[in-house]
Ligand binder design. Structure first.
Ligand code: TXA
Ligand code: MG
Length: 359
């Protein structure tokens, strides 16, 4: 257990001019240069950052999160000129993706240089790199003058944080500071794409969709480990851990609307009979039905079925609310695996630890 340290919270308005010279960013960047760990907002989720060129600094990320050290971190850059510090080579197929999606929620797996701290890559010969699309993140990285390694700023096994309050709840007393820039926009993490292989391979679905990438570079493949029931070990080491899990036991129920409702009612009735506090993860379209049925103790909507970006945005916050309410059994609806639905379903499956029922 890390000894308690005082965690500073700097509140920053992301729309102010000259962000890079505002005192909060200057203070946070100084701490990064001194080898400390600072949480900051990105457009996806909050990150827990440290100097990517220093093993001592990066070690503090792993101990603050309680993260296994065989799971590599993403390196964040603030300008393209920082790319050559960390990537040995840029495969040609990466160039149009960089032009189309950076800054943005796309992490590219590239051959690494020797300057990258070995703890960042967990011994791999590649490094995941992205340029985040958030003014605070960019100002922090530019002011620090070094690339910043950052996983999501949650305790290992908890849902990723989409507000500074989530970071504070998980990491207060364990990190030097938190830059509070309000809620993040996308809500799920970046897409991780291996561009060292042909065709490029999605290792983790995220904020940039398969369809969007195919429109730019043509064929893109999916890590076969995603196929339902796959025995393969995922190529992205982070995908093998139970992630994003709420404390309650969560079940996903897929199928036709009426069958799903019936199955969820049965599951809830059974859980209640066993004396468990129950919840439904619903949508704007279905939450009124569940409230009227009073079939569960709590009903949370995570957005509209017809706007999967809204679901991505709210998903992690809602999972945390089930924990806040000490819900012990959660039944969740599912979504089509198209567009943002691919990332949403991937995170739901992780949260449910693979418990999915076809109604
Ligand atoms: O949106 C995001 O990507 C957020 C924000 C903070 O940028 N970061 C994030 O980091 O989600 P993290 O550490 O929670 O997830 C990084 C993922 C893991 O699944 C890890 O295994 C994979 O990227 N990864 C990193 N480097 C890799 C590499 N060299 N090869 C394969 N997978 C890699
Ligand atoms: Mg994470």
């Amino acid at each position: 257990m890390t000894s308690q340290i005082e965690t500073k919270v700097w509140i920053v308005d992301k729309d102010v001019e000259n962000l890079q010279s505002c005192t909060q960013i200057v203070d946070a960047a100084r701490l990064i240069r001194q080898g400390e760990v600072v949480a900051f907002p990105t457009e996806t989720v909050y990150g827990l950052g440290a100097n990517a060129l220093s093993d001592n600094a990066v070690e503090k990320i792993f101990s603050a999160k309680g993260r296994p050290s065989d799971n590599p971190l993403i390196v964040h850059i603030g300008e393209l000129s920082q790319l050559e510090m960390i990537a040995r080579e840029i495969p040609e197929r990466a160039v149009p993706l960089i032009e189309a999606f950076w800054p943005g929620p796309l992490t590219l797996i590239l051959p690494k240089t020797d300057r990258v701290a070995s703890l960042v890559t967990a011994g791999l010969d590649t490094v995941g790199v992205r340029m985040p699309d958030h003014p605070l993140a960019l100002a922090l990285i530019r002011e620090a003058g070094v690339p910043i390694a950052a996983p999501s700023a949650n305790r290992s096994g908890r849902p990723s944080p989409t507000t500074a309050g989530h970071v504070h709840a998980d990491l207060n007393g364990r990190i030097a500071g938190i830059l509070d820039g309000g809620s993040t926009g996308v809500g799920v993490e970046s897409t991780v794409l291996d561009v060292t292989v042909e065709p490029a391979m999605i290792l983790r679905p995220g904020g940039v969709t398969l369809e969007e990438m195919e429109a730019v570079i043509g064929d893109v493949q999916l890590d076969p480990a995603f196929l339902v029931g796959a025995a393969e070990t995922p190529r992205s080491p982070g995908m093998k851990y139970t992630h994003y899990a709420p404390q309650g036991e969560m079940w996903l129920v897929a199928g036709e609307d009426d069958a799903v409702r019936k199955k969820i009612r049965e599951l809830l009735a059974d859980a209640r009979q066993h004396g468990r506090k129950t919840g439904v993860l619903a949508t704007e379209e279905t939450a009124p039905y569940w409230r009227e049925q009073a079939a569960a103790d709590v009903v949370f909507s995570c957005g509209s079925r017809y706007d999967l970006a809204s679901v991505a945005q709210q998903l992690y916050g809602v999972l945390r609310r089930f924990d806040d309410e000490h819900v012990q059994f959660i039944a969740a609806e599912t979504f089509p695996r198209k567009g943002m639905g691919m990332a949403v379903m991937n995170r739901l499956e992780k949260a449910a630890g693979g418990r999915i029922i076809r109604a």
